[in-house]
Design a protein around this ligand. Sequence first.
Ligand code: HEM
Length: 493
Amino acid sequence: MALIWATLVVFFVVYALYELLNNIQNRKRYPPGPKGLPIIGHLHLLGKNPHHDFQKLAKTHGPLMYVTLGLTQRRSSSRHMIFASRPHNEAAQYLAYGQKNMITAKYGPYWRNMRKFCTQHLLSNQKINSFESMRSLSSSHLSTKISSLSADWTCLMVFGKKYMDEDLDKRGFKALVNEVEHLAATPNLGDFFPFLGVIDLQGLTRRLKDLSKVFDEFLEKIIDEHVQSRDQKQSKDFVDTMLDIMQSGEAEFQFDRSHIKAILFDMLIAAMGTSPSAIEWILTELLRHPHVMKKLQKELEEVVGLERMVKESDLEKLKYLDMVVKEGLRLRAVAPLAPHEAMEDCVVNSFHIHKGSRIIINIYAIHRDPNIWPEPEKFLPERFVGSNIDIRGRDFQLLPFGSGRRGCPAMQLAIVLVDLIVAQLVHCFDWELPNGMQPCELDVEEHFGLATSRANPLMAIPTYRQKKQCLNLRRYNMELAEIVGLNLIRYVQ
Ligand code: HEM
């Protein structure tokens, strides 16, 4: 009997040692991270500006960090083809017909084909150039009903015609797009605890359903109009081309009316939120730094003069403008967090990442990393003098448009829009702050959303500075200023 017990004890000891050794050998090294709470993980560490919170945590835990949010896991990380997918997104279930849009689509044939299609038929350099006349001439008689130039240009490019606020809803484009951006970025318990999505404790699902109904009716109307007018049209626009694909049945992926609506929705939201926010942030920094504004005006005077408007063809000669815009997009990242999903188990910087993990690239933190950018919190366009760092996703220290497969497909269009509108506003007007406010008093509080905008509207007083005062030009500029969301409190007569 004693022998049996001794054998069993030896067996268990050997087995335990074997298991221990095995575990040590196979132990996966996960990225470091803060201590989390049961069930909610690190959800309680995130406030109204999660990009700031992630940045603070990374100062303690390093650039590749592991946090768990509810029942899902997130890592702040570098990028790779394996991370080319997007995680589950509760808001897009309602607004984008079950993530059938491009922005939140999972990596796969549908996303690949739609991206290729949108790039070819809407966002290629050739297409963007073909809309140049629309961006200048038609602006002189912009409808005052749509208070957004971006909306106007987007409607023209994507839908083939302009739409008025009331075509969407009495609340108007800007208000509804703001609401979408806010809801899409609000931490939704359904994203982290899938079973809670159904209960809708935060009341978000009800608001999402309400919004999706308004947008759905608008997009249905656009498609119907295109179906009815197809035979009379000489040239096809973006919607017509998508209808052709749907009706031909030749798409290599499932493609019906809901897919068309999801893509149109993407373009509308992406275009209306991002570029106006970027412009508003750059103007904020110019108002906070009058010497930069003066230097930019001087460049514009030298290159363009004061006898005519800035044109798209002038942009490549405006080197200081390029630095101002780069620095503005660095300091005030409009899309501060890029959400991705790991498609396979992988190892990054010797840390193990599980398949299915959410990967969040904190563009905001990269842009303010003191190891890369001296005095990162300062607005210093001159930091780009003699530097060939660009914003097109090639240089990983400056990624306002992301990079790689999921990088912004509309980057070229966005750069033209932002450059042109900033140049025109600074060229046509001198700007001052209201009520004797000093430049350093102008706040930079952020409102986190799909596009992170100013929390408080920008108030500024423009004074007309061009020599030849042509009426159309004057009206155009006033509209431009309203369009980018500035609440102009006084126009100079
Ligand atoms: C200043 C303006 C803009 C900025 C800063 C910006 C930035 C970004 C960023 C950071 C991403 C995510 C990249 C990633 O996940 O790695 C993105 C994706 C995207 N953007 Fe933009 N964007 C701008 C303008 C636009 C415009 C005007 C449009 C449409 C007309 C647009 C359409 C899209 C789409 C469809 C995606 C998703 C691409 C995909 O997932 O495959 N963006 N953008």
